[in-house]
Design a protein around this ligand. Structure first.
Ligand code: FE2
Length: 336
């Protein structure tokens, strides 16, 4: 398929065997990755390789998603390279030293960095760029990505942060045992038609208090008050976190409820399988996680995730030591 005949609503991009092999050959020539701290010059090298040598057919379709997004706000690439053998799923969701091949990491890096620069948050997962998303036994009841027993409600990734990622990628390494762990994704471009005009006007006003997530709790940061919707009716964007955000009035709470109902009408739920990569536009979509039943036997669900930001220039002054790591929020955010 060429760029010109891509449909506006195309979300699935199935790599042919030739395309997958082309990616694999490229990846297999690259050096091992220190997943604890990938040096900035290593990342810049990967960006260059992705731009210069990535199979053109795949690169064009990913960049087409950026230039001319579909209405669902995400794409799913299937048949992407992942590692042929895997160590046990990490029980603490930290980087594992037992993984000695890096196909999944490079698949994320090379595809995501076609859309922008990587972005790392000091507070998030110890400032590590490629995060393991796995269930942690002691976090079962939490509504976070390490939980499993409770539905993790719709949210914008890093909704509290003033410089949120523009895109996030999730690559599947291992499914959950029962094939139940779904990643629901809902787009405001599709949902807005189901939101009453009065509610839209309320959602565009700064009437919504968001609490910082657990990862910022050491920094004693206050709640921020934000609008939920911005942009036009044709090109809307949103920032929302249904578990951490509340309207400041009854009307604002009603508008949030209207938005939630609208998002439920358009949600697409999917189990991310090994060898599948979902790339979401974090400005127009929200995502969540269904419940599932981990066994903590080394064969649990395992995804890897990374973030990119389209234009890193406005936050250059916040990056630590010429890396892609954003300084701790408490060091620079204005109290509200
Ligand atoms: Fe998330």
């Amino acid at each position: 398929m060429t760029t010109s005949n891509m449909k506006m609503n195309e979300t699935i991009i199935q790599l042919t065997e030739t395309e997958r092999r082309g990616m694999e050959q490229l990846i297999d020539q690259l050096p091992p990755i220190d997943v604890h701290r990938i040096p900035a010059d290593h990342l810049r090298h990967v960006i260059k390789v992705a731009n210069d040598q990535f199979p053109a057919s795949i690169r064009e379709r990913i960049q087409q998603f950026q230039r001319n997004p579909n209405r669902k706000g995400f794409i799913k690439l299937t048949n992407v390279p992942v590692d042929s053998s895997l160590p046990p799923t990490p029980k603490d969701a930290k980087p594992t030293t037992d993984k000695h091949t890096y196909r999944s990491e490079y698949t994320l890096l090379m595809t995501l960095m076609l859309l922008g620069d990587p972005i790392i948050y000091t507070e998030e997962k110890d400032g590590i760029l490629i995060n393991n998303i796995c269930p942690i036994e002691t976090d079962g009841d939490t509504t976070e990505h390490t939980g499993s027993k409770k539905f993790f409600d719709f949210h914008t990734e890093n909704a509290y942060h003033p410089f949120r990622p523009d895109y996030l990628g999730l690559v599947g390494l291992r499914s959950d045992h029962d094939g139940l762990a779904e990643t629901p994704v809902a787009s405001i471009i599709e949902a807005i038609q189901h939101v009453p005009e009065t509610a839209i006007a309320i959602l565009e006003a700064p009437l919504f208090r968001i609490q910082p997530t657990k990862m910022f709790e050491q920094q004693h940061i206050k709640a921020r008050t934000l609008p939920v919707l911005r942009g036009s009716r044709e090109e809307p964007a949103m920032t929302i976190h249904f578990s951490l955000m509340k309207g400041v009035s009854e009307d604002a709470e009603w508008a949030l409820e209207c938005l939630k109902n609208a998002l439920k009408k358009v949600v697409v739920s999917q189990v991310i399988q090994p060898g599948e990569l979902v790339i979401m536009d974090n400005r127009v979509t929200v995502h969540g996680r269904s419940t599932f039943h981990p066994r903590f036997d080394g064969k649990d669900r395992w995804l890897q995730r990374m973030f990119v930001i389209e234009n890193i220039k406005p936050i250059q002054h916040l990056l630590v030591d010429f890396t892609y790591t954003c300084a701790p929020l408490g060091d620079w955010i204005e109290p509200r």
